[in-house]
Design a binder for this molecule. Structure first.
Ligand SMILES: [Zn+2]
Length: 487
């Protein structure tokens, strides 16, 4: 296997390499999904793996509002409790997002992508399909909210999820079903040993960030929660379960593919790891949502799943365990950012869900074994909730550092901040405080602290950004602990 760019691979049929499959329809721009091949992958998984061993049984409240499309009879039904169903994961697109939904239960004139999912389900010998637009009563807020809260169950319990990876909208259809898979080059190459066939493919995990499906917020948890996922692109298709990855491109299974998606670690692990959380936040926050207010809804299923497994609660997307660390998110640096963060109304400023744009965690926070840091937090960064509801409006942080550096943060002051992710001009405003969130020793007598920078809004404070500081004589600089209430 030769690496052409980090995400584009070439397979050659030589001993020691994966054998490319000679594809029918290749180089002719005509191709359909080979359903027998897909069935063989699914069969292998269901007979030989434990991939679909979901620990959660159906929650009663889920079943109460759970409907699927019976693809044979083309009606909406309540399926038998243990029925195998296919879940569709796709991009709605502007038109679908703006069109008034059809009355619940009306399956006339289904958008092409949904129609194709039905046809593919039947071709795979299955009968039931779950699609969000049809199986959630879009006109009934109560039903809608209940189903959103059950997304973890819906995708994790699906027998198979079809991911329409390069399909840009509900009306575009799925390649290989209602429209052909596109031309895929398989050149014959002469080498000393003879002639070999080459097949190109883009790796479905790291090389596919531009697929429409990978740019949208909702599909993030749909991919992560699915036990078995059939990803269909314009040129080829992949099947991945918890143990293997197969593709129509070669005869080989997982050994020649990048391994499982990293965020699946979040689910397989019973114990909470902040580093897993820190990994998924930048992957999610760079995605787009048709409705800004969906920022928590589109991740709700994932958090529910993690909470059930690890017993860690989330307040406005921030985990309560390691909360001081989790508050240290920062805008992705300018070189590769989506621009300045913009406020998302209705969500607290201390959580990344209160801002639009990609955020991440500093490498030092992600890489360290932060459990070792925890005792150092002590009461200095104690965080308590004020309201018991889904969106926490504010939190109180007890901190030993509430003073403003004497000058500007960018020069003297009490140590030179290593990074400041807020507008430095605003520091001229007196109404700014620094709150110590994380502190750790660097070397002898030297410490580093990550500080939350807040600006006053009436009797509360709002997050402006975070700053890091290195200093050598911490103790002498500690004023009395002071409580800051951040909105
Ligand atoms: Zn499997």
């Amino acid at each position: 296997m030769a690496l052409i760019d980090p995400h584009l691979y070439i397979y050659l049929s030589r001993k020691g390499f994966a054998e490319p499959r000679e594809k029918s329809g290749v180089n002719t721009a005509v191709g359909t999904l080979e359903t027998e091949l897909i069935k063989s992958w699914v069969d292998k998984c269901s007979k030989k793996h434990d991939c679909a061993d979901v620990q959660s049984s159906m929650r009663e409240e889920v079943y109460a509002g759970f409907y699927v499309i019976d693809a044979k009879r083309r009606v909406l039904v309540k399926p038998p409790v243990d029925a195998a169903y296919v879940a569709l994961s796709y991009v709605w697109g502007k038109r679908a997002a703006e069109t008034n939904p059809q009355p619940f239960g009306n399956l006339d004139d289904l958008p092409q992508t949904v129609e194709d999912a039905l046809q593919l389900t039947l071709a795979l010998g299955l009968q039931y399909v779950w699609t969000d637009a049809q199986c959630i009563n879009q006109a009934d807020e109560e039903h809608k909210q209940a189903q959103i809260e059950n997304m973890d169950w819906i995708y994790e319990n699906a027998f198979l999820t079809i991911g329409a990876a390069t399909t840009a909208s509900a009306y575009a259809g799925i390649p290989g079903v209602s429209k052909p898979l596109l031309n895929m080059q398989q050149p014959l190459v002469k080498v000393p040993e003879g002639t070999i066939r080459a097949t190109f493919y883009r790796d479905p995990v790291t090389g596919a960030s531009t697929w429409p499906w990978r740019t949208r917020g909702w599909t993030f948890q749909e991919e992560a929660l699915s036990q078995r996922l059939l990803l269909i692109t314009d040129h080829n298709y992949f099947f991945r379960c918890r143990e293997d990855v197969y593709t129509d491109v070669t005869h080989a299974a997982k050994t020649h593919f990048p391994d499982k998606l990293r965020y699946s670690d979040l689910f397989s692990d019973q114990s909470w790891k902040f580093s897993h959380y820190a990994d998924i936040v930048p992957q999610y926050t760079c995605r787009r949502l048709s409705y800004d207010q969906d920022i928590l809804n589109a991740l709700h299923g994932m958090f529910t799943r993690v909470s059930l497994r690890t017993k860690v609660e989330f307040w406005s997307a921030i985990p309560v365990r390691n909360m001081a660390f989790a508050l240290c998110w920062a805008k992705v640096s300018d070189e590769d950012s989506l621009g300045r963060l913009e406020r998302r109304e209705g969500f607290p400023s201390w959580s990344w869900c209160g801002w639009k744009g990609q955020v991440t965690y500093a490498k030092t926070l992600r890489d360290h074994r932060i459990e070792e840091w925890e005792p150092e937090l002590g009461p200095e960064a104690e965080v308590t909730p004020f309201k018991d509801k889904g969106i926490r409006e504010f939190i109180a942080i007890r901190s030993t550092w509430t003073a403003l550096p004497t000058n500007n943060c960018s020069n003297d002051g009490p140590g030179n901040p290593k990074f400041i992710s807020f507008d430095v001009n605003r520091l001229e405003n007196d109404n700014i405080r620094l709150v110590q969130l994380v502190r750790h020793a660097l070397k002898e007598k030297e410490s580093e602290a990550v500080l939350l920078v807040v600006g006053s809004v009436e009797d509360r404070w709002q997050r402006i950004g975070i700053a890091a500081e290195t200093f050598s004589s911490w103790i002498s600089r500690c004023p009395e602990p002071c409580e800051i209430v951040v909105e």
